[in-house]
Design a protein around this ligand. Sequence first.
Ligand code: HEM
Length: 150
Amino acid sequence: MSEFAGFLGAAYLWVKAAHITFVIFWMAGLFLLPRFYVYHHATTPGSAEDRAWIEREDRTRTIILTPAMVIVWALGLMLAVHLDVFRQPWFIAKFALVIALTGYQGWISAYGKKLAKGMRPLENRTLRIMNEIPGVAAALIVVLAIVRPF
Ligand code: HEM
């Protein structure tokens, strides 16, 4: 037992509620941004429409995605310390998926910077397939956190 286990005391359920609320915001951003890219792809680099998408994508990243991700991580780690779950297989699997999702966010953010430079590196079809990643990851993470199959 870690000496910090149970440190949240009566705040535990409030922290868990906040964790899930910010997970919803984070996932909303992860679904939104790549969808914007599909529309952005259709614009001519340098056009007014292109600039409008760059602005929307920037705001989605700075107002929703980055803050939500940081808060989900902070609250999730607090819950993990409180429950002392670091050696439990469901948690290790969930943690690995969350790291992958964070990497995915890094990748889509980098892709947005390429779009802003007028590049269109991926085919629309590939982009649409990539867009399925956060949905699949979220479903697996929720099963791991709630069902805890192992
Ligand atoms: C960023 C790293 C994350 C960490 C360290 C983390 C950790 C935790 C921990 C320790 C719990 C407590 C479980 C309990 O009270 O029994 C929890 C609950 C939960 N987490 Fe996370 N989490 C993270 C990210 C996420 C993400 C990305 C999702 C969804 C996509 C998610 C979905 C949930 C759900 C649905 C619960 C509630 C489970 C229950 O009812 O007990 N978490 N999380």
